[in-house]
Design a protein around this ligand. Structure first.
Ligand code: NAD
Length: 438
């Protein structure tokens, strides 16, 4: 099969590289010249574990290439995937479809043979039908089908998620399009994964419903965590006891500083908006959005208490600013609420993050970047763990506390137990959903 992939971001690049690894011929297109130049040099513009090696292997095999020229990419293609961004539209929470519709129009103008136009971007119900209209209007003679193929990969584990998906969802209108999609994903059949073939609207809805459900699960445990702090329970134990129930499941049940990232915040807002537009309000999702904002703000209050009531003049060492470990993605990360509040309150903030600096420098003005947690902790008043990167999971707490001016630990990922912090010499400790001290 020959595939064109429009957009080489977290989803488009991973999908394109993985499809080429299946044996398909893939051409990836991006309108950002910087990205295409990097890719042509063999450099990966994002941080995703294992992507560089897989990309090099398939470029070498002659199955994977990069271009800015959509016409060349589409020439002879059986399918073209739209994997461009769908950020929150300013003002109303709706998904901004400008990039998707622009890509659809460009495809229509470049195509001259039957192909399936597949939307991989997360888009509101009805978008694929609009893509069909836009393409038909721009190129009335074109023989084509549209298909919805939402992506469920997680940044940081994207290759594994793509190669071993829990399921692949494909929304189609014709048997012909279903066949092309099945041929594209056929290499995965060896592992016997389920392919869910639906109409366009159901496929679009599955993606939003799945993300809103996961955001709800996280928010539920965050709310339970706040209550645990008041009643003297430990949310880690509560979460374990709940999650072992097969009906509940243990994933997405870790209390923390609020969900962030490129998907949950925007997709929950978009679903709420779709509900409002159809007079079928998504009341649970609306509550989740509100509570998650409160959770992030509550983190600032928690740290303020730990700092003794004021950030002014305090030196604060922050470990981790990306929205989760193993990615360089900073979109809607809790750090973007918490760090500016510290800086605004007069703190001198030092930041350590294994991959976050490239994106973070512009987003977090007024902080100092350190390479090493121990250097960041030297003479600091407060140490805050914001992202649970592996390198922050086995710190020498005694050395950290010993280097600090006033050893205080805000563990917003519940990595270290209060007794470990106390034994290491921390005079104050706060975590999520469990008792701190003094
Ligand atoms: P991204 O912002 O990282 O990448 C989008 C890319 O598309 C950019 O490189 C941009 O330059 C390019 N682009 C935009 N318009 C173009 C055009 N007309 N022609 C060529 N290139 C164009 O976005 P992302 O994180 O990969 O997300 C893409 C979509 O996938 C979104 O809808 C998102 O919701 C969805 N999604 C993302 C994830 C994730 O973990 N990031 C997971 C599942 C689904």
């Amino acid at each position: 099969m020959k595939i064109a992939m429009i957009g080489t971001g977290y989803v488009g690049l991973v999908s394109g590289v993985c499809f080429s690894d299946f044996g398909h011929e893939v051409v990836c297109v991006d309108k950002d010249p910087r990205k295409i130049e990097m890719l042509e040099r063999g450099e990966v513009p994002i941080y995703e574990p294992g992507l560089d090696r897989l990309m090099a292997r398939n470029v070498e095999a002659g199955r994977l290439s990069f271009t800015r020229d959509i016409q060349a990419a589409i020439d002879g293609a059986d399918a073209v995937f739209i994997a461009v961004g769908t950020p929150t539209r300013r003002g109303d929470g709706h998904a901004d479809l400008t990039y998707v519709m622009a890509a659809a129009e460009e495809i229509a103008k470049a195509a001259d043979h039957y192909l399936v136009i597949v939307t991989k971007s997360t888009v509101p119900v009805g978008t694929n039908a609009k893509v069909r209209e836009v393409v038909a209007a721009a190129n009335p003679d074109l023989d084509f089908d549209v298909a919805s193929n939402p992506e469920f990969l997680r940044e940081g584990a994207a290759i594994d998620d793509f190669m071993k998906p829990d399921r692949v969802v494909v929304g189609v209108e014709t048997e012909r399009a279903a066949q092309v999609m099945q041929d594209i994903y056929r290499p995965l059949y060896l592992r016997d994964f389920p392919i869910v073939v639906t109409d366009l609207e159901s496929a679009e809805m599955i993606k939003y419903a799945a993300n809103a459900f996961l955001a709800t699960k996280i928010t539920f445990i965050n709310e339970i965590a706040a209550l645990c702090e008041k009643v003297g329970a430990d949310v880690k134990q509560v979460s374990k006891g709940m999650g072992l129930d097969g009906r509940i499941g243990k994933t997405f049940l870790h209390a923390g500083p609020g969900y962030g990232g490129s998907c949950f915040p925007k997709d929950t807002k978009a679903l709420a908006r779709i509900g409002q537009e159809h007079a079928s309000p998504m009341q649970i999702t609306e509550a989740v959005i509100k509570i998650n904002d409160e959770v992030k703000r509550r983190m600032v209050d928690k740290l303020m208490d730990l700092a003794g009531g004021s950030f002014n003049g305090k030196v604060v060492a922050i470990l981790g600013v990306t929205f989760k470990p193993n990615t360089d993605d900073m979109r809607d990360a809790p750090s973007l609420t918490i760090v500016p509040a510290l800086v605004g309150g007069g703190a001198k903030v030092r930041v350590v993050d294994p991959q976050g600096r490239r994106e973070g420098e512009a987003l977090l003005p007024g902080v100092t970047w350190e390479a090493d947690p121990y250097a960041a902790a030297k003479d600091a008043d407060l140490l805050v763990i914001l992202t649970e990167w592996n390198e922050f999971r086995a710190l020498d707490l005694k050395a950290m506390a010993g280097a600090m001016k006033t050893p205080r630990l805000g563990d917003l990922r519940n990595i270290y137990a209060p007794e470990d912090a106390r034994a290491a010499g921390f005079e104050a400790y706060a975590a999520i959903g469990r008792a701190g001290y003094p």
